[in-house]
Design a protein around this ligand. Sequence first.
Ligand SMILES: Cc1cc2nc3c(=O)[nH]c(=O)nc-3n(C[C@H](O)[C@H](O)[C@H](O)COP(=O)(O)OP(=O)(O)OC[C@H]3O[C@@H](n4cnc5c(N)ncnc54)[C@H](O)[C@@H]3O)c2cc1C
Length: 446
Amino acid sequence: MPATTVFSGNYGLAPSHTFGLRRRRDEEASEHGGIWMSAETIVILGAGMAGGVAARTLRQEGLDGRVVTIGNEPTPPFGRPPLSKTYLRGEEELSGWLVNPEGWYESNRVDRVADTATRIDAITSKVEVGAGRPIPYGKLLLTTGGTNRPLGVPGAELPGVFQLRSVADCDAIKQAARRGARAVVVGMGFIGSEVAASLTQMGVEVSAVLPGAAPLESVLGPEVGEVMSGIHRDAGVKLVTGDEVVRFEGANRVERAITKAGDELICDLAVVAVGIRPTVDVLEGTGVAVDNGVMVDAMCRTNVPGIFAAGDVANHLHPLFGRIRVEHYNNAEKQGAAAARSMLGSDAAYGYIHTFWSDQYEHKLEYVGHVRAWDRFIMRGAPEERKLVGFYLTEGVLRATVGLNRGGDPELDDRDELAAAGRLIARQARPEPLALADESVALDDL
Ligand SMILES: Cc1cc2nc3c(=O)[nH]c(=O)nc-3n(C[C@H](O)[C@H](O)[C@H](O)COP(=O)(O)OP(=O)(O)OC[C@H]3O[C@@H](n4cnc5c(N)ncnc54)[C@H](O)[C@@H]3O)c2cc1C
């Protein structure tokens, strides 16, 4: 277990402007390993996207009290998207993806504890890090993200078989992915698809094994899946569909992947991208309700008073979409901020109309809304040119929309058609199917 490191800190007790936090007159401050703690201390467990944004929001909202982040990655909070794209391909460093700039934590008196939290005592309100050092909290935000699901087949532990979540994972893949190497990508969800695209762009020969008929089919449906298949095949990816890897073989390192259908895929490296599971181990014994992530209400509150959750780990009650857990950057950012405001006493429900994007080769996918199963799919645009908008409806109500190469950014541009689709989704519109399919009809007119 690495020794705890405190990166920054102003250890004096600052005057309190608690913005809705219940100020305890009998608050006790005590010293723990050099960090002054008080009943008002807000501890953010998990220093990734959601955690970094939450810390920033607490300060932006005027909280003057103590804030501590606990995180076990060597980097300060950063955005992971370049790990399957520009950083993997060696086109970009991560400095532009830091959640808060270098020096921000120190100048904003946010203490960064670089260690693994091993236990939470929800009775005495303490997080234990490392070998059991307690860090007391007044309120606790869980932003522990997700952990890659293992493939669980023989040979998965062979050198050369990788998964991707951290910078170290990415660096290891990058090192193995020399031009001319052969790679097997297992799973063609977002991470698998992006890695397959990046490796191909790096001159690696890629075979991708997927259980369905097309990449991203389960999220985007067969129509868009078929378009994505065409994109990958045209780039040179061998798609092994309707199949699964049952073992990896190799003397000292992975040399081939064997599929259920009996295919033998020779490879120098493999990347397993079969999804994540929410990282909840540290919650054992706390009484915090867990079911496909940490169960939170619309204010990001768990069932245990004073404990909140946000980001990939949070299974939240969305006012429109019901109970969902979202594994995307924009949610981590928005929900990290929303949870911070809830901790400061806001009672606003987190009702973000979810959006995400994925970059594969020169193609950009953008998505707004949320739907797992739909009964009608309507497309406008030109799938053969790989420019399209797809609408997902349930009982006539527009629930989600995907755009492929339609330009704009729904986060930034109000006039963007995905932003317009987001407005329709927010008001649970029942657009006329013929109008949806008609390029000449502006979505805002529906
Ligand atoms: C390679 C890759 C590419 C991606 N690309 C996109 C994209 O293009 N578009 C998009 O919308 N989304 C993308 N995502 C998803 C997006 O990055 C995640 O949704 C986001 O990182 C979630 O943020 P988070 O803060 O909830 O979790 P994380 O970023 O995972 O942060 C959680 C942190 O908590 C730490 N932690 C966990 N347990 C403990 C513990 N017990 N003690 C201490 N620390 C702990 C973890 O190490 C980690 O640092 C991508 C993800 C990956 C992996």
